[in-house]
Design a protein around this ligand. Sequence first.
Ligand code: ATP
Ligand code: MG
Ligand code: MG
Length: 547
Amino acid sequence: TTEAGRDFIRDIVQADLDSGKHAKVATRFPPEPNGYLHIGHAKSICLNFGIAQEFGGTCNLRFDDTNPTKEEQEYIDAIEADVRWLGFEWSNLHFASDYFETLYGWAEQLIKAGKAYIDDQNQEEMRVNRGTLTEPGKNSPFRERSVDENLDLFRRMRAGEFPNGARVLRAKIDMSSGNINLRDPVLYRILHAHHPRTGTEWKIYPSYDYAHGQSDAIEGITHSICTLEFEDHRPLYDWFLENLPVPSRPRQYEFARLNMTYTLLSKRVLNGLVKQGFVSGWDDPRMPTISGLRRRGVPPEALREFIRRIGVAKANSVVDYGMFEFAVREALNRTAQRRMAVLKPLKIVIENYPEGQSEQLEAVNHPDDEAAGTRKITFGRELYVEQDDFMENPPKKFFRLTPGAEVRLRYAYFVTCREVVKNAAGEVVELRCTYDPATKGGNAPDGRKVKATLHWVSAADSVEAEVRVYNQLFSAVAPDATDFAAGINPQSLEVIADARVEPSLAEMNTGEAIQFERQGYFCRDKDSQPGKPVFNRTVGLRDTWAK
Ligand code: ATP
Ligand code: MG
Ligand code: MG
């Protein structure tokens, strides 16, 4: 069922169905396989696939593989996996390269109709003669070539007779058009390169503009949805459809791309981050790629919900990164089981707890979900608490562990700090404490209150773990895409090598979200080794982003 009026594109689709202009809506998501998908693509995926779902139509996944020098099978595979992980399945899988023969035939038809010509100008000459926004372009000296000569040259281009860049096929439209896209755009260029699907069969490749609309038409796409940069290309998109015997008439609609604070969403930049080693790969958890977010522990439903909330508009804007984290936190709060983990351990010894003994206590797995059940945790004489939960000389409002203070250990007992043990350098290395056996479960029979409840783990039973705490990859709210290396946050990753976690965490499956109580949401990373798990912090418990 459709909520009418949710955004202007859905309104258009609804109107086209109501008027009978289309019996069924057909959309497509058309990535170029020149990198991994990022969160901006997720917006386009949710829009295209979402519309197909909501209106009972179809959505194709089409690889826009017209630029073989930048495209790889690895990217094709990753894109398919990412679309599926986001929760969508395509109606049909297509490749623009499947249409190369058809597109070529149509180009010959344009030549025969006197609507396209071979230009021998080099790139620089073409650029200069294209003019500017205020200066009309100049006709190419090759513009009036005969149809026969154009056809002959085009066929020889296809046959591979000429080197890269020697000549191009251009549409003959209008060199003085106010829209520069209509100033005789390039349809084909010579490229001797290996294509992931067609190998070396082709020596010429269609431009994005020439391939895109015709591919839409071949597939019967009704609404070809793209980002605002393509608004000025729409007259060209329509020109091809009007001048070629295409089997259907798609229409292009533009929406505002997703931009986020502290983030650069451009495959060129993301590729640079990977290639120059600023991150460990496309799936580095600091990357705004779908695979990075997945590895970081972001659930797909959180991503979809975030995209639903930001909506679809016609004007560009920048979304606060905190809004994304809010959606992640909300989803994880609902689903993530709770566990205890001590990121920076400080040993405490419970002096009045019998040596060599321990006991099993019961801990709740999810406070709002009884079905998640309980688990046993081990309490004993030696425990770890968080270094940050102790201060020898506390300020006034510090209610956690201090000399003489009593606090609650979650699911366990009240303990009191009796003595601080330091090393030769004067650093606190251990606390000597006592516990009150009458407070088992966390309440005192005499009604005595404590102001803090701390998480902890058993020293003997806990497992050592590496914890990776991520911060924003770029320091600036609006990083500079032209000099992204300079904007990298040197503190984007903090590795804690010797955290201590409940033993049950060592057996978790990769990817499963867990809340480390009082710390945030974490998931096990694929770098985990037997006996040495690695955890990624997905997001902290509170919004710590500068406002
Ligand atoms: P980039 O600019 O990051 O290199 P792209 O536009 O070249 O990306 P494509 O693979 O060509 O990437 O894009 C596939 C689809 O995703 C296109 O329809 C494009 O408009 C859309 N898309 C790309 N970036 C965004 C974004 N930031 N927000 C919304 N949609 C996007
Ligand atoms: Mg692109
Ligand atoms: Mg782009």
